[in-house]
Design a protein around this ligand. Structure first.
Ligand SMILES: [Fe+2]
Ligand SMILES: [Fe+2]
Length: 183
């Protein structure tokens, strides 16, 4: 009898834990998706993600070498945000660029993404309290800001203008589906 009760309460406890875990996951997904889904068209959504990414860089740049745990947490956030962003751009936007004749532009942006991954790899291999951590973060930020400006000011507006309203809407949908794979 006692054994049965214990088993049942364990099962209830495990179910509650599972529910809490699912809820936390849903909240995390909502939080990660919010800037994208609230922004509307694909290019506005990507610009909103750029701003959210730069806000993470701001927070890392405010840390000191002694804040290694905080740095590690922020680096994980940065990796997650950039993984989702890269999937959206590479699997939908850059592919659409090539379809519409912007092959060199797409290849150039794609090559930049390789270096984004390079920076993330090097930062992850480094102790978060290393004196070279912040200088590397600053180099990374400079590189990524140039990349974002090219996208926002030159390449994305051109593609958006080339596409009809329906094509832009379809691209937004395709991009959001890519983003959902990772969030
Ligand atoms: Fe990009
Ligand atoms: Fe981007």
């Amino acid at each position: 009898m006692l054994e049965e009760k214990t088993t049942r309460s364990f099962a209830i406890g495990a179910a509650a834990g599972l529910t809490a875990g699912l809820a936390a996951n849903a909240v995390r997904k909502m939080f990660v998706q919010a800037p994208t889904l609230m922004a509307g068209e694909w290019d506005d959504a990507l610009a909103a993600e750029h701003q959210a990414t730069l806000a993470i860089f701001d927070q890392i740049e405010k840390t000191e070498d002694k804040h290694s745990t905080r740095r590690a947490i922020l680096l994980t956030q940065l990796k997650h945000a950039l993984a989702k962003h890269a999937l959206e751009e590479e699997n939908a936007i850059y592919a659409a660029l090539r379809v519409h004749g912007q092959v060199a532009e797409a290849d150039h942006l794609n090559s930049d993404h390789g270096y984004v991954k390079q920076y993330l790899f090097e930062l992850s291999s480094m102790a978060a309290n290393h004196p070279q951590f912040l200088p590397k973060i600053r180099d990374f930020r400079a590189m990524i800001e140039t990349h974002m400006r090219e996208e926002e000011e030159r390449i994305f507006p051109k593609l958006r203008n080339m596409l009809s309203e329906e094509e832009n809407a379809a691209l937004t949908k395709a991009m959001n589906l890519e983003g959902l794979k990772i969030a």
